[in-house]
Design a protein around this ligand. Structure first.
Ligand code: ATP
Length: 238
């Protein structure tokens, strides 16, 4: 175990039936940095995040979050991570405040109204805090989802395609939150198809193609753009 790492994946493979979704992934994410995983549709990005979040088991290999093995210590892993997926997991008939109060109880957290209001403020939803989220745009729903994943003060944020469907204002708010998270010492691991958004705050970048890491570099590494053209954009059906 390496106690400077937020995520430590060793030889992670995942097969669905006979289909190899991940093929022997080795990946180290230091604590307190932002990492972007690029890959075209079906490359394996979501599968990797699901394993990191204890939602799927690897077929081979091990993955630890802050030293906790996802298979041996799933409870500790879940306490350490905040996972944001396309489903924001909010109740449409409840307001942002009611949603956060509900999830806070569900998670067994004893959060005060002030703490919840602070989170709502942070995601820029103060003005809408008492409106049912039913009427919210994708960007606003995403903000409630972000506040939800921050409720338990996670050390590692796992975000699957967080920019999808967001307008420019929502992208700005998300970027600010991610920057703040890193400033606070949290680790951010996000997946995206979008080169510029993915490079923006990234300390490290990995490109996944057909279940394998095919390129890794610093966020500023000029080689990333060429690898992106080769493995992501050139093959992406979108
Ligand atoms: P996307 O951007 O489309 O979400 P991705 O890089 O996140 O793509 P994954 O969702 O991890 O890719 O999927 C990797 C491969 O594994 C794909 O070919 C997908 O069809 C397959 N796959 C994912 N989940 C399952 C499953 N539960 N059963 C069978 N195959 C699956």
């Amino acid at each position: 175990m390496n106690d400077t790492l937020a995520v430590e994946a060793r030889g992670i493979s995942k097969t669905y039936g006979h289909f190899p979704a991940l093929r022997s992934i080795d990946l180290e994410v230091p604590r307190g940095v932002s990492v972007t995983l690029f890959g075209r549709n079906g490359a394996g990005k979501t599968t990797f995040l699901k394993i990191a979040a204890t939602l799927a088991k690897p077929s081979h290999g091990t993955l630890s979050i802050h030293g906790f093995d996802t298979e041996k210590k799933p409870e500790q892993v879940r306490r350490s991570i905040g996972l944001l997926t396309h489903s924001t997991y909010v109740y449409r008939d409840l307001t942002p405040r009611e949603n956060l109060a509900f999830f806070s109880k569900l998670y067994g957290l004893d959060l005060t109204g002030d703490t919840i209001d602070g989170l709502i403020q942070r995601v820029g939803l103060h003005r809408r805090r008492n409106d049912a989220v039913r009427s919210f745009s994708r960007g606003l729903l995403q903000r409630v989802g972000l506040a939800r994943v921050m409720l338990h003060n996670p050390r590692v944020l796992l975000l699957d395609e967080p920019y999808t469907g967001l307008d420019a204002n929502a992208v700005e708010i998300l970027n600010r939150m991610l920057d703040e998270a890193v400033e606070e010492g949290r680790t951010v691991v996000l997946t995206t198809h979008d080169l510029e958004l993915g490079l923006r705050g990234a300390n490290h970048v990995h490109i996944i193609d057909r279940g394998k890491i095919v390129h890794s570099g610093e966020g500023t590494d000029p080689g990333i753009r060429e690898a992106y053209r080769q493995y992501v954009r050139g093959k992406d059906p979108q």
